[in-house]
Design a protein around this ligand. Structure first.
Ligand code: PMV
Length: 333
């Protein structure tokens, strides 16, 4: 049996940064994200049960033109490890043939691991007919070790873990996509692989002297964001999104040894977004573990944001996305 599924990236408003158990992606703090619609990983999976036991999983990665080639070893190894955990958890023997690819740059702070591992978990759940309620699906995705994948199996605005104090719990969509159509205009100032993986960033996070102080105010920031989402109050949401983005990078920059994800283009975009706001355009910047800047805005501001970013020397491309509904089945055979 073969299934092709796709799953979106997501952009965290409140970041997962630092883990109690990194290999199982048990987070130090609750996070909150917006699931995207267009930035997706598309993954075809076929499952060859028991009689082929002993054959290893076969992973292909589509390049930018859509041509499949053997996946780079570290990437393939992470997928094979996730498959191994799922086989063990559900007592299955056999092997997978998998072809996967993203429609956006990989490893550049655009949550490619979130989309990729969410698609993998969702595809396996479909092939094996596993429970597909939000908790089960999100925990299946989390077992990849990519915490942000936990949120990408659900649509709309997603909180993980839920309840927030139960660090081993799965995710929950707290508002559906239809609740509020927010946009994410992604300014690409770097398209290569980032130099320090988010896994390494999580590992170093607790070495920052600012890490304990961060934990103390995160609940209040999350509650403020949830209230702003509930009331669709962009002017309340924007400063919270920005202070959280700055703090993620403050922790990274003050880790031992420090991590600098920003480049001069990141700052150019940040300054432009601040100037836009002074001109009356409501928009807020955020960055994940990379240099690229996600500019969150309402529909009414989107055109102004896109044209402002297009005018910047360091922006090599713009990816326009918006809140989306989560993974879907693309084809079955
Ligand atoms: O899911 P990971 O392990 O790649 O970590 C994600 C880290 C951030 O993107 C920086 C924050 C987040 O919550 O998505």
């Amino acid at each position: 049996m073969k299934v092709t599924v796709s799953a979106p990236a997501n952009i965290a408003f409140l970041k997962y940064w630092g883990a109690r158990d990194l290999s199982l992606a048990i987070p130090e703090n609750a996070s909150l994200s917006m699931t995207l619609e267009k930035a997706r990983a598309t993954t075809s999976l076929s499952w060859h049960p028991a009689q082929t036991n002993g054959v290893s999983d076969h992973i292909l990665l589509r390049d930018a033109q859509g041509t499949p080639a053997p996946a780079p070893p570290p990437f393939a190894a992470r997928m094979v490890e996730h498959l191994r955990r799922m086989k063990q958890a559900f007592g299955r023997t056999g092997h997978f043939e998998i072809t996967t690819g993203n429609n956006f740059p990989t490893g550049a702070g655009l949550a490619s691991s979130a989309a990729g591992f969410a698609a993998l978990a969702f595809g396996v759940a479909k092939l094996w007919d596993l429970p597909q309620d939000p908790q089960s699906l999100s925990v299946l995705a989390r077992d990849s070790g990519s915490g942000s994948a936990t949120r990408s199996v659900l649509g709309g605005y997603v909180r993980w873990p839920d309840p927030p104090k139960e660090s081993a719990a799965g995710a929950r969509s707290i508002f559906p996509a239809e609740h509020w159509e927010l946009h994410d205009v992604i300014a690409l100032v770097e398209t290569g692989e980032k130099s320090v993986s988010s896994l390494e960033g999580h590992r170093r996070a607790t070495t920052s002297l600012h890490f304990p102080a961060r934990q103390e105010h995160l609940d209040a920031r999350r509650e403020g964001m949830e209230r702003a989402l509930l009331e669709r109050d962009f002017s309340a949401l924007a400063p919270l999104i920005e202070e959280e983005a700055i703090e993620l990078h403050l922790i990274a920059m003050s880790s031992r040894p420090p991590i600098f994800y920003w480049n001069p283009g990141t700052l150019e975009v940040i300054h432009r977004v601040r100037a836009l706001r002074a001109e009356g355009v409501s928009a807020a910047f955020t960055m994940d573990a990379g240099a690229n800047v996600h500019v969150i805005c309402e529909s009414s501001s989107k055109r102004d944001v896109v044209s402002a970013l297009q005018g910047l020397a360091s922006v090599s491309g713009i990816f326009e996305d918006h809140v989306g509904t989560g993974p879907r089945v693309e084809a079955t055979e």
